[in-house]
Design a protein around this ligand. Structure first.
Ligand code: T46
Length: 135
């Protein structure tokens, strides 16, 4: 599975905490885009897609949520619940995000601009693409 958790160093003092994300230093790619998901309604599940060629680093800067990751052979669920941890997702991975806490702010760094053509939003097509990759 092409995903892994990255721990960020928490800086700070008696005023509070601070985390710095620096391109190609503690983020493993050059950042072209940042987006964040918030105010997610109770019980909502998002995602339901894979990307053809995109690296992303997802960080719950507030609250918590879970990711279901599926590489076509194995599935795993990862909970993000601290701002000092990022989930790197790259390669052909189907993802679904769920169990968002009411206060959740999920920030995602990406190595490419938004491109709808990079999305595989159909699970059957995703499995076909995975199989073709392995031929
Ligand atoms: C991903 C997971 C973790 C844009 O116009 N620009 C953007 O950069 C993004 C990310 C989305 N959009 C538009 C496309 C849709 O009309 O915003 C709308 C919601 O996007 P989507 O339904 O794809 O959102 P999620 O939460 O299902 O998925 C998002 C990312 O799209 C995706 O790349 O890996 O978060």
């Amino acid at each position: 599975m092409s995903s892994k958790l990255i721990n960020f160093k928490t800086l700070g003092d008696d005023r509070g905490s601070l985390i710095a994300l620096e391109e190609n230093y503690n983020t493993p790619f050059a950042i072209k885009r940042v987006y964040y998901i918030f105010d997610t309604k109770a019980g909502i599940r998002r995602g339901y897609h894979a990307h053809l060629d995109l690296k992303q680093l997802a960080i719950c800067v507030k609250g918590s949520c879970k990711f279901l990751l599926d590489d076509g052979e194995r599935r795993e669920t990862i909970e993000l619940s601290t701002p000092n941890q990022g989930l790197l997702i790259e390669g052909l991975v189907w993802r679904e995000m769920f169990d968002f806490s009411e206060d959740c702010v999920l920030m995602v760094l990406a190595d490419e601009h938004y491109d709808e053509d990079d999305y595989i939003r159909d699970y059957k097509k995703f499995i076909e693409v995975v199989k073709n990759e392995k031929k």
